[in-house]
Design a protein around this ligand. Structure first.
Ligand code: ADE
Ligand code: ZN
Length: 323
């Protein structure tokens, strides 16, 4: 496929953290506005590179600079406009009531603002957007259950899913079973970060205990052939984020990334940007990675988009409209 054809390929994104879309320039502006020194997280107009813990701290520090409804509406609108320009027609954004509360915004107000930004982008660019409320694992079981109860409240605009994010090495998957039961009973789609840093056992336990239809990352499942067979057989969809994995050192080089092996094992795969400016990536760059660094064909890339729509947390009518 020529670069031109890749630009025109229809794309969809299932795994992107809203606060993780803030560009370094925007974070710098917000920091100046609020009199905050961000030299520990930014250098030379880019996010400083580091390990996962360093990233999570930088993410928290950047998130705390978004404090008003206007901030969140604009962050949402800007990101959706950017990926629409790359060919995306559907996106699901992770939203974190805990981060909003820490920044001084009530969760309902936060969701309302994000939904308003999404509505603007939908009107301007035709991109459909849904929101997935996340609980942050290293904030503790009680916080994740509170996030699930919040997500299950009726009348939250555009909220169609619940997810588990944060530091996968904290706690056991079963600790979060009650949160997932609350969200599942409310009819929300379920996804959990697993197999990003922790190995196949954590992926298996996550599938058993939380029963998500999708896994955030899931890439380390590649280390266990039996688990790969299970993921393929059960049709669990993997939200693969190669740029994130490479930036955070999960794999030492593009060639070492298991994207292609997951596809060849028959897993249902999508590609996603996770926290794009933190990892110097974009949704289009992830599709380009699949083609240029993993040698995957145009038909496989088109299949990523098809799989994302099949696995999207949308109602029947919306899915039909997206197909
Ligand atoms: N929160 C934001 N980005 C994340 C990631 N890559 N893994 C876990 N939690 C996150
Ligand atoms: Zn993520």
């Amino acid at each position: 496929m020529t670069p031109d054809r890749l630009a025109r390929l229809p794309k969809a994104e299932l795994h992107c953290h809203l606060e993780g879309t803030a560009s370094p320039a925007l974070v710098q502006r917000q920091a100046a506005r609020h009199g905050v020194d961000v030299s520990d997280i930014l250098a030379d107009g880019a996010y400083r590179r580091g390990d996962f813990q360093t990233f999570l701290r930088a993410y928290d520090r950047a998130s705390a600079l978004f404090r008003t409804e206007e901030d969140y509406a604009e962050l949402t609108r800007t990101y959706l406009a950017a990926i629409a320009a790359e060919g995306a027609f559907h996106a699901e954004l992770f939203v974190s009531p805990d981060h909003a509360r820490a920044a001084g915004l009530a969760p309902r107000t936060y969701i309302g603002a994000v939904a308003a930004g999404a509505a603007r982008a939908e009107a301007d660019h035709g991109i459909v957007c849904r929101l997935i409320v996340v609980g942050v694992r290293h904030f503790g079981v009680a916080a994740v259950e509170a996030a699930a109860r919040f997500a299950a409240e009726p009348g939250l605009p555009r909220v169609s899913g619940f997810g588990l994010a944060g530091d996968e090495t904290v706690g056991r998957p079963a600790d979060f079973a009650r949160a997932f039961a609350i969200a599942g009973e409310a009819g929300l789609g379920l996804t959990a970060h697993a197999g990003e840093f922790a190995g196949p056992d954590a992926v298996r336990e996550t599938l058993d205990a939380l029963k998500p239809s999708r896994l955030g990352h899931g890439v380390r499942a590649v280390e266990d052939r039996e688990l790969l067979r299970r993921i393929a057989a059960e049709g669990v969809v993997l939200e693969v984020c190669p740029g994130s994995n490479l930036a955070l050192g999960v794999y030492p080089s593009p060639a070492a990334h298991p994207l292609r092996r997951l596809v060849e094992a028959g897993c249902r795969v999508t590609v996603n940007s996770d926290d794009p400016p933190f990892f110097a990536t974009s949704l289009a760059a992830e599709y380009a990675f699949a083609r240029d660094r993993q040698g995957l064909a145009e038909s496989v890339l088109a299949g990523f988009t098809r799989t994302a729509i099949e696995a999207a947390f949308v109602d029947k009518d919306t899915r039909r409209m997206l197909e």
